[in-house]
Write a protein that binds this ligand. Structure first.
Ligand code: PLP
Length: 451
């Protein structure tokens, strides 16, 4: 039976009380996208403390491929918690860490010998991938892309390419990071995606003449699809050509699959769409259903280049997170969630394209697998970004009982990171409600109509 949308104003009274307490003790910078306080999650649904039900298309920013509170994951965490919660793997090792690394190594692309090291957050894994690349190549420099997001710690933040809100006032950043454009077909001055990709690769080659000598570059760090940057999918030839250029100069290719990974794009890893084998693969988010866990997986000789004790951390590869990740892998297989990502994505693309045909402010609809987004513009000819329309659609969707998330270098993209297990009825319900939200925003506002 379809559920009614949220009728009373948000936040509800119980949420409002908690949010007011939060305002007193938590900094403004730790802002929330949705002013509703979570009470319980189940699959693709979140209930707030006022009893409102929301279809959660944010999935904890893409951490919940298997959904909220999957019974198998919950059981694995509970059983591990009852055994032990922490030793520090580097002090007293444990089997779940090893079992998880065995699985990750087997699942990562490439037949060469591989190893894996575990960390807590995505940013921490990016930091460690860079440390490994520098130590292995004995080179200092890094190349990253415009529109990239790699995290918020200093090296990760330096690699990140979005000033608002991430970099404002936080400089100076880490030296020896060079920036080149990422192919963004919708906003490219070139007529075809192929020309856009060729231009970006040419800019990379030029960077070797203009900015940094290639034999001083340790690694190129790249997302196979821009996540925070607005779900920008590069033309198919871009990543293979990039990998060739790296190989020609002895530069390592670090692929950040923190957002794209673990089935989100309809393959276990997004690089599989492009036939690329990274030297180092950085993963996080969905691998442990929201428990803090990330990993660097890659060529054994690179992972082994640092002497004993050179990488690590108190909590890295926490046993609860490892147990959750092993359960996630089982669920992914049993529920065929990688295949399901394609099905989810097709539904979303169809629904968003239908909306695009009706509303001129939907400038672009794009995606890979279940990573689907729409980019909103003031005018489809000028493509002037319209972040205020994103705010309004997200607001209206929330009133309809659907939680959405913003992205994009101009904040004018609505992205979907829905749990891949979402039942068909809920997916259809979500799309119907998003359509209603778009229709409401598409209608002229009373003051606009009056003018
Ligand atoms: N890299 C990518 C592609 C991401 O999407 C994110 C997070 O959104 C990160 C790195 C940083 O991960 P974390 O927030 O776990 O540090």
């Amino acid at each position: 039976m379809p559920h009614a949308s949220v009728r009373s104003p948000l936040p509800g009274p119980q949420s409002a009380v908690v949010l007011e307490r939060a305002r007193q003790v938590t900094p403004r910078a730790v802002a929330w996208h949705h002013p509703v306080v979570a009470a319980r999650g189940e699959g693709a649904v979140v209930y707030d403390v006022d009893g409102n039900r929301f279809l959660d298309l944010t999935g904890g920013v893409g951490c919940l491929a298997v959904g909220h509170a999957h019974p198998k994951v919950v059981r694995a965490i509970q059983e591990q918690a009852a055994r032990f919660t922490h030793t520090d793997y580097a002090v007293v090792p444990y089997e779940v860490y090893v079992a998880l690394c065995e699985r990750l190594v087997n699942l990562a692309p490439g037949v060469h010998p591989k190893k894996a090291a575990l960390f807590n957050s995505g940013a921490e894994a990016v930091e460690n991938a860079v440390k490994l690349a520098r130590a292995y190549t004995r080179r200092p420099a890094l190349i990253a892309f415009e529109g990239a997001f790699h995290g918020r710690t200093y090296m990760a933040l330096t690699l990140t390419s979005k000033v608002e809100p991430y970099k404002r006032d936080f400089g100076p950043f880490v030296p020896e990071v060079y920036r080149v454009p990422y192919p963004y077909p919708y906003r490219s001055p070139f007529p075809t995606p192929e020309q856009t990709a060729a231009y970006c690769l040419q800019r990379l080659e030029e960077a070797f003449a203009l900015h940094v000598q290639p034999d001083r570059v340790a690694a190129v760090v790249v997302e196979p699809v821009l996540g925070e940057g607005g779900f920008v999918v590069p033309p198919p030839e871009f990543l293979p050509r990039l990998a060739q250029i790296c190989r020609a100069h002895g530069i390592l290719l670090i692929v950040d699959e923190i957002q794209t990974g673990f089935g989100r794009t309809g393959r276990l890893w997004a690089v599989e769409h492009f036939g690329v084998e990274p030297d180092l693969l950085v993963v996080g988010k969905s691998i442990a259903a929201g428990l803090p866990l990330s990993a660097v997986i890659g060529r054994a000789e690179i992972l082994d280049c640092v002497p004993e004790g050179g990488i690590g951390g108190t909590y890295v590869g926490n046993p609860l997170s490892c147990a959750a990740a092993l359960a996630v892998m089982e669920v992914l297989e049993e529920e065929r969630l990688v295949e399901r990502a394609v099905w989810v994505g097709n539904h979303l693309l169809r629904a968003f394209r239908d909306l695009q045909s009706r509303f001129a402010f939907i400038g672009d609809v794009r995606g890979l697998g279940a990573m689907v987004a729409m980019e909103l513009v003031g005018d489809p000819r000028t493509k002037e970004p319209a972040p205020h329309l994103v705010t309004r659609v997200i607001h209206r969707a929330r009133e309809q009982g659907v939680l959405l998330l913003r992205a994009g270098i101009y904040g004018n993209v609505i992205r979907v990171l829905v749990p891949l297990m979402i039942p068909e009825t809920q997916l259809l319900e979500a799309m119907e409600r998003i359509a209603r939200a778009v229709e409401e925003v598409g209608r002229p506002l009373p003051e606009e109509a009056g003018g």
